[in-house]
Design a protein around this ligand. Structure first.
Ligand SMILES: Cc1cc2nc3c(=O)[nH]c(=O)nc-3n(C[C@H](O)[C@H](O)[C@H](O)COP(=O)(O)OP(=O)(O)OC[C@H]3O[C@@H](n4cnc5c(N)ncnc54)[C@H](O)[C@@H]3O)c2cc1C
Length: 406
């Protein structure tokens, strides 16, 4: 159990994104009055990322409307626009890129992930959407282009699909290039990925599968994407969404265990007085099929990590809330929602709706235990299905209870 914060404690949070900001705000809300310093590499105050590829790129939300803070809390100390470059774990001292240091009795790593880049010569002509400034740069590249201009989107995963949807909404002509034979195959498995692969055509968006990128060059104003097999695709604007990498390089040599993220225990502790939360944390997730080490890049998981860590550091005797991962994506005119943390190899069974109508609820199971629920255009059913993931539930029991039908 974590030691509760006392009057002489001070907290340094590295990473001023959702998890870092939510932790600071929740510690204050729970009565911790000691010093809290947030260190953030971005100069913007904390903001919400999911709308970047949805409403912002679709043109219905301004960047200024993404702020997470309702009002500025003057009791927090901010070091924005500067990266942390090292951590002295024993001294709980964070060394900043400008040479300053910030020391606390507790340090929280909430440095998230960054977009993975293609290893190609013309990478500087590609766009990746992770930060506010990425959207600003993309918008200036789109500005003045004919509304029907092609935009190549490399990667048909969640980010690529949302970018294509939003740009199509504005009249651009996205061409989604997916390396696998259907998008999201390695996330949601062959059945669900196969059903979702029908959505782009229904939305009038071109999806080309089996298109692995071999190289990217430029030819005048055009970006030329060479595909494995010899074909090429040209477009003046190219956006890539090919995954993300945890921001842990600054912790190399610190002594913390780094293995596809910062490895933490069930109290989010990476070392005495040092915790990690959010996208960057590799934590033991107590799921319905047992405990597994997971690093999950979901908004709600980052938020829940922060709330839980604040609870453990202020009222450790309070019962822990079970974490049920939740993710949503708005793409090709449909809302996809996933509860739990299913594997692509899990067994899938449709329990409501019909994939042929592009509306369904399906259960994932492993060894007859439900591991996840995926819903397409069925938000109410998904919300009702949550209880079957709060405690281990057999497939038979879930089918008998059918909470999604209520
Ligand atoms: C375009 C987009 C759309 C998304 N859509 C969805 C969605 O629909 N549904 C969903 O569930 N999730 C979505 N997500 C994921 C969700 O936004 C993340 O899970 C969430 O932001 C994670 O919060 P975090 O605080 O862990 O990391 P982040 O929000 O990435 O914040 C980490 C911060 O740490 C900073 N940082 C990194 N290294 C350092 C350093 N060395 N020193 C100081 N600061 C540093 C970073 O600059 C960043 O500001 C989306 C993400 C993106 C980018």
């Amino acid at each position: 159990m974590s030691e509760p914060l006392g009057p002489h404690d001070s907290v340094v949070v590295v990473g001023a994104g959702l998890a870092g900001w939510r932790l600071a705000a929740t510690l204050r809300h729970r009565g911790f009055a000691g010093p809290i310093t947030l260190v953030g590499e971005e100069s913007a105050r904390p903001y919400d990322r999911p709308p970047l590829t949805k409403q912002v790129l679709a043109g219905s939300l301004a960047l200024e409307e993404l702020a997470l803070e309702r009002e500025v809390d003057p009791s927090l100390t901010w070091r924005l626009g500067v990266r942390a470059r090292a951590l002295d774990v024993d001294a709980r001292r964070v060394i900043l890129a400008d040479g300053d240091t910030v020391t606390g009795t507790r340090v929280v790593v909430a440095t998230g992930v960054r977009a993975r880049h293609l290893d190609v010569s013309a990478d500087d002509r590609l766009h990746y959407v992770r930060r506010l400034e990425d959207v600003t740069r993309l918008e200036s590249d789109l500005a003045g282009r004919a509304p029907s201009s092609p935009v190549a989107v490399i990667g048909g995963g969640f980010i690529g699909a949302e970018v294509a949807t939003s740009l199509a909404h504005r009249g651009f002509r996205p061409i989604v290039l997916e390396a696998m034979d259907r998008p999201l195959l390695n996330v949601l498995g062959p059945d669900v990925a196969g059903w979702l692969a029908e959505l782009p055509a229904l939305a009038g968006i071109e999806l080309r599968t089996g298109c692995a990128v071999a190289g990217v060059t430029t030819d005048g104003d055009d970006v030329v994407i060479s595909l494995v097999g010899g074909a090429t695709v040209r477009a003046p604007v190219v956006v890539a969404g090919i995954g993300a990498l945890p921001n842990t390089e600054w912790l190399e040599g610190s002594g913390l265990a780094l293995d596809n993220g910062v490895v933490v225990d069930e109290d989010y502790s990476a070392a005495p007085g040092v915790a990690a939360i959010g996208d960057v944390a590799r934590f033991p997730w107590a799921g319905p099929a047992g405990v597994e080490r997971a690093r999950i890049e979901h908004w709600q998981v980052a938020n829940d990590h922060a709330m839980e860590l604040a609870r453990r550091w202020t009222a450790p005797a309070e019962p822990h809330h079970p974490l049920v991962p939740y993710f949503w994506s708005d793409q090709y005119g449909a809302k996809i929602q996933v509860l739990g943390h299913p594997r692509p190899t899990d067994v899938v069974q449709v329990v409501a709706g019909d994939p042929r109508d592009a509306r369904f609820v399906a259960l994932y199971s492993r060894d007859e235990v439900v591991t996840g629920v995926v819903a397409l255009r069925s938000p109410r059913a998904l919300a009702l299905a949550r209880p079957i993931l709060l405690a281990p539930t057999t497939l038979g029991d879930a089918l008998a209870r059918a909470p999604w039908e209520r």
